[in-house]
Design a protein around this ligand. Structure first.
Ligand SMILES: C[S@@+](CC[C@H](N)C(=O)[O-])C[C@H]1O[C@@H](n2cnc3c(N)ncnc32)[C@H](O)[C@@H]1O
Length: 304
């Protein structure tokens, strides 16, 4: 199995806000190990890979290509199913060393020389482009990762880098909640729900995960969703300290324009639950997917 290649994490593009968010929110083994979180949710990951396979066959009329790029790949939870689908060259990039290490520990035994892992900013495309001369045919960006770079210029660089990684005709499949999870203007939504923390020794602890959400518009078409997160045990003891994180919200019209600016045609495929029986069932029965549930939308972007 290949090791994780670490690339220039002090790159000038990496703003202080993004650095802090990665270290507090994504480099956090306790948050990764909450049962309701996406990071090791294998049925969810399989359902998402199935959706990607369907999108590929609708637009290309054949089975998945051999090479796939997985920007913001996190714990690499999609990779086992991609390998099962015949992928022989999977390239993962993510800033969170902890996510990559935890994923490598969990799934690494399945990887051979067919998975290349980079701890890098996806905007540094030159780092991994050598793995697919002429650009990748397919990229997969799941888990509502599109909004993580919140400053205007950084966000456009992020979208530009997704385009740069693809060959002409190449396809990006991603999910994005856009404004679907926003509270009303001026309102702060405060939600606490029971969670289960899976500890390293396999034991379980019942905890409470509290999140707040406030929307700060930038203009009519975009804004920042400010969230906070805190996890406590039943005796109120702090498990994950209170910390903020943010998502850039871009409404559909502007998102279409932004993709056009970087040479891609955006197709909104509707709610992801319309493409996945698993999502539908989970939304109807437990409704515990939060922003990954009902509001989550599916997009395909094709490089011109
Ligand atoms: C919500 S998680 C989703 C992870 C994964 N896509 C999934 O579906 O499980 C977002 C991930 O994006 C990563 N990330 C955010 N901005 C990034 C950037 N500019 N370059 C590389 N990774 C980034 C974070 O470290 C985090 O692992």
């Amino acid at each position: 199995m290949k090791s994780i290649m670490i690339f220039d994490l002090d790159h000038k593009q990496l703003g202080a806000d993004l650095k802090t968010m990665i270290s507090r929110h994504y480099d956090n083994p306790l948050l990764m190990n909450l049962k309701g979180e996406i990071h090791f949710d294998m049925p969810l990951s399989k359902a998402e890979v199935d959706v990607v396979g369907n999108m590929w066959s609708i637009f290309n009329n054949n089975s998945l290509p051999k090479s796939v790029y997985i920007p913001c790949g996190g714990t690499m939870r999609h990779v086992p199913y991609l390998l099962q689908n015949g992928i022989t060259n999977a390239v993962v990039a993510d800033l969170s060393g902890m996510s990559l290490q935890m994923g490598r520990k969990r799934y690494g035994y399945l990887f051979k020389n067919n998975v290349s892992i980079y701890q890098a900013d996806i905007r540094d495309t030159h780092v991994f482009m050598g793995h697919c001369q002429g650009g990748f045919p397919l990229a997969i960006l799941m888990g509502n990762s599109l909004g993580d770079v919140t400053d205007e210029q950084g966000h456009m660089e992020f979208i530009g880098a997704l385009s740069d990684a693809l060959r002409p005709g190449g396809m990006l499949v991603f999910d994005y909640v856009s404004d679907g999870y926003n509270p009303l203007p001026g309102e702060t939504l405060d939600t606490t729900w029971p969670e289960v923390l899976i500890k390293d020794n396999g034991t379980k602890q019942h905890v409470f995960d509290r999140r707040t959400r406030t929307y700060q518009p930038i203009d009519d078409d975009s804004g920042i969703l400010h969230l906070t997160c805190e996890v406590r045990g039943h005796d109120q003891e702090v498990i994950v300290p209170h910390h903020p994180y943010t998502k850039r919200i871009v409404k559909l019209n502007l998102l279409t324009q932004q993709f056009a600016e970087v040479g891609m045609t955006l197709r909104h495929m509707g709610s992801i639950e319309n493409h996945s029986a698993y999502h539908r069932r989970r939304n109807e029965t437990t409704n515990d997917l939060g922003m990954m549930g009902k509001p989550n939308q599916l997009f395909v972007a094709i490089k011109n």
